[in-house]
Design a protein around this ligand. Structure first.
Ligand code: RB5
Length: 147
């Protein structure tokens, strides 16, 4: 699977560790859209290219990390074709795939430990959309909002 990654300064360390983890232990292909240091930056500048990369099909899924995951999720959900889920637990991440067919995961580096973040990323990576009644509901999101 091809995973697009982005973070702001608050998520930079977690992004680095999550990329190493998914590359080395799960053999995933990674596209890293930055940021590349802990110097203060603005999360929308990183959420947008990752969201566009997923929406265009270049990457299969995206993972965005900031302090809370919230700003990243707000931006990502404004991009057509993106269903971003801000998850603080592995259960939520799994369900965001199973029920919502989420294609971007956002994580709050100030809210979960790095071990929790790894479990959340793993659950998102391997979660599978269940379709059926969930498909009807996901399609309704797009019908009702015009995209
Ligand atoms: C940066 O201080 C912080 O606001 C950002 O990482 C994120 O939590 C925003 O949603």
């Amino acid at each position: 699977m091809k995973i697009a990654f982005g973070s702001d300064h608050a998520g930079f360390k977690y992004k680095k560790l999550l990329i190493e983890f998914l590359r080395n232990q799960h053999s995933q292909q990674i596209l890293d859209f930055g940021c590349f240091s802990e110097e203060s930056v603005d999360y929308p500048d990183y959420a947008l290219p990752v969201s566009e990369c997923v929406a265009s099909g270049v990457a299969d899924i995206g993972i965005l990390v900031c302090g809370t995951g919230i700003g990243m999720a707000i931006l990502a959900n404004k991009v057509m074709g993106i269903r971003a889920a801000n998850c603080c637990s592995a259960d939520a991440a799994k369900l965001s795939k199973e029920h919502n067919n989420a294609n971007i995961l956002t994580i709050g580096a100030r809210l979960v430990s790095i071990e929790e973040a790894k479990e959340i990323a793993e659950a998102f990576l391997y979660g599978e959309f269940l379709g059926n009644r969930h498909m009807i509901r996901v399609e309704k999101i797009h019908e009702l909002t015009g995209w």
